[in-house]
Design a binder for this molecule. Structure first.
Ligand SMILES: [Zn+2]
Length: 274
């Protein structure tokens, strides 16, 4: 049973990655990474796992493409055209792949599914917040001190953004609670709430890191803060102004996924959820 499913996963992942690459949702390196993540999650998890992964991938790619004009005017963060590279794919999919693997070794346990769902809820929440938060009518506030800052600033949160994070987490949570291959159907609402909360915490942790220790640079030519290094989108060299130099945007996204999972594991550990 093992080999056929892994091969089926590979075939499925190849088709999705090929389509995504053609639609310019993934760069070439991003497509290779997506084949790896997709094969592991479908091959070691199963179709329920693949549905969660696809929901994240399709909804976040669609949101990246939406409202493009308004985003272009706002921030260079969106100038990349929404093509995800390997580092971005792995940052979002590594934790999920790990728990698909753990499910393979502990097929009767419920925790790999819940931890997987929490990590996907967190990265989905974060992506939705980033893509929809820019539509907030007023400037966002820094999560650490509440001071209003420019749209697109790392670590800034807004009403729309937080609402989008909750919606993004809830979409994954609804599917994960409904598709849970092991749990009793009576636990649906419980799991829905806890996966949503885990996802929201993960996304907020992402903002907290963005406002505090994430490496942030300044472009001398545009006189703007940016996450880009060593060169800005305009081509000028950027210089670091704060944060830890090793903690780039991809590391922060990985931390978001880890945090979502950690919150869920804590819920389970204290016995709120079984
Ligand atoms: Zn610049």
């Amino acid at each position: 049973m093992f080999m056929p499913q892994l091969l089926l996963g590979l075939l499925f992942a190849l088709i999705i990655a090929f389509l995504a690459c053609r639609a310019h949702s993934l760069s070439r390196s991003g497509a290779y990474a997506a084949v790896l993540v997709g094969t592991l999650i479908f091959g070691l998890g199963g179709w329920q796992w693949a549905i969660i992964l696809l929901t994240f991938f399709i909804s976040s790619s669609a949101l990246t493409r939406s409202f493009r004009k308004r985003k272009l005017a706002l921030n260079e963060k969106f100038e990349k055209g929404g093509q995800r590279d390997a580092a971005q794919v792995l940052a979002n999919g590594a934790v999920a792949s790990l728990f698909a693997g753990l499910h393979f070794f502990f097929p009767q346990a419920n925790w790999p599914w819940l931890a997987f769902a929490a990590s996907m809820a967190a990265v989905n929440a974060d992506t939705w917040a980033t893509e929809l938060g820019v539509l907030n009518p007023t400037p966002p506030c820094l999560i650490t001190n509440g001071k209003p800052v420019e749209k697109g600033t790392s670590g800034a949160i807004s009403f729309y953004g937080t609402l989008a994070a909750l919606a993004g987490a809830a979409l994954i949570a609804i599917l994960a609670a409904a598709l849970n291959p092991i749990a009793q159907p009576s636990l649906f609402t419980y799991h829905l709430l806890l996966i949503s909360l885990s996802g929201l915490f993960g996304a907020l942790f992402d903002s907290l890191l963005g406002a505090s220790v994430q490496a942030i640079y300044r472009c001398p030519q545009c006189d703007k803060e940016t996450e880009r290094h060593p060169v800005h989108t305009c081509g000028a060299q950027t210089t670091q102004i704060r944060g830890w130099s090793w903690l780039n945007n991809d590391m922060v996204n990985l931390a978001c996924a880890v945090m979502g999972t950690v919150v869920m594991l804590v819920f389970m550990w204290v016995g709120i959820v079984g």
